[in-house]
Design a protein around this ligand. Sequence first.
Ligand code: AMP
Length: 463
Amino acid sequence: MCGIVAVSGNAEAARLAYLGLYSLQHRGQEAAGIAAFDSATGESSREREAGLVSDALPEERLAKLRGDLAVGHIRYSTAGGAGLKNAQPIRERYRGGHLALVHNGNLTNANLLRERLLNEGALFQSSIDSEVIVHLIARSRGESADDQMMDALSQLEGAYCVLVTVGDTLFAARDPYGYRPLVIGSLPTGGLVVASETCALDIVHARYVRDVEPGEVIRIRGGEIEQVRRLPRFVAEPQPCVFELVYFARPDTRLWGYTVDRARRAFGRKLADEQPAPGDIVISVPDSANSAAVGYSERSGIPFELGLIRNHYVGRTFITPTQVGRDFKVRMKFSPVREVLEGKRVVVVDDSLVRGTTSRALVHMLREAGASEVHLRLASPPVRWPCFYGIDMPTREELIASDRSVEEIRAYLGVDSLGYLSPDGMIDCVSDGGETYCTACFTGDYRAPLVDAQEGLAMTSHC
Ligand code: AMP
């Protein structure tokens, strides 16, 4: 998962990048970092730390980040990849000068490239696939930074949005399939900002200029776009991730041509058409399913109520299940509103079902709070396949829908009825202009080759 941001051509680059990261916090909570470059002095600096943006980058650290160019990153926690050495930006000095890199996505040939580089004598400091890109840039025989960038990016497979600074120059690139989002905005106080989501433009009053299109490598200097090149690979059907619309992106972000809130409402309306339920009230699993639940309520005519409250202050906990029961994590995060639920047939709308553990505990909680019936409706199809393109998903075995029928899942969750949005119904809601999407987690249709797996190597899943 992860979020990235860059600011070029503004004296407050690091502070603006900080605000951008703040608005991208939902994309990762494990670590945050910013690297800055000062074109006047030629000096570079970097600060990165574990934790939320506000904790990782306090004022005294931000004050050290001087310059008119900055890149920032927030990292999502994934299985084996924790630790500060895996936090970004990566910063190195090579023959082209100071280099800093941030990456969102997941390379599918990272381990193959890493093996090759190790055999050639490269030394790695982290276990993240992003470091491979830095080595490829530094080892490229290309003379200019442009050529080094094209050379390195052409060797990558899978999903990536990268922001790389080489001296005073910023490169913004997106893989030819366009799995992850990357947008450019112009700042009212001068310069450009590039970020994973438009919500990072809004927070700094930047005006949306354009997307970085799939396969583009854009060179920016002093806050101006200087050059746009295309990677050699041409992909006829771009594969932007539909799960960004379903769950991951912030509702106020504009993504793939749709405001995320509007797309989720449309999923909810379509879900009501396809999977009606006998309910007195519709509630959402906050916050990710709020928009879909509003859509479901609008279309079905069943009133929307706030039946579950989410606690936003849940951090890491050291309480063990034996102390408070197995569903303690869910009870720390969600509380039922008894007066709303008591004696009601409740239609619960959630955005997706992954492992099923949260929903199972939630259903139990709703019944305890007096719901007479619980009808679960999912505003996306069954998640059956892991993601190798940058969404952190459990293994196939852990996905509840990988080998169970809807009836088996219904029985496991203990709901009175269960209904999923159909794959066609979902795409129908967000393809007004004939857009194509990556739906691999629902369909197993992996377009970018899973090179490491084909070579018998482990697939990395970092961000
Ligand atoms: P569960 O089915 O218990 O694994 O929880 C599913 C819920 O987690 C969904 O309702 C989403 O809101 C949220 N979710 C979906 N995908 C992810 C993901 N990749 N990482 C973390 N949470 C997710």
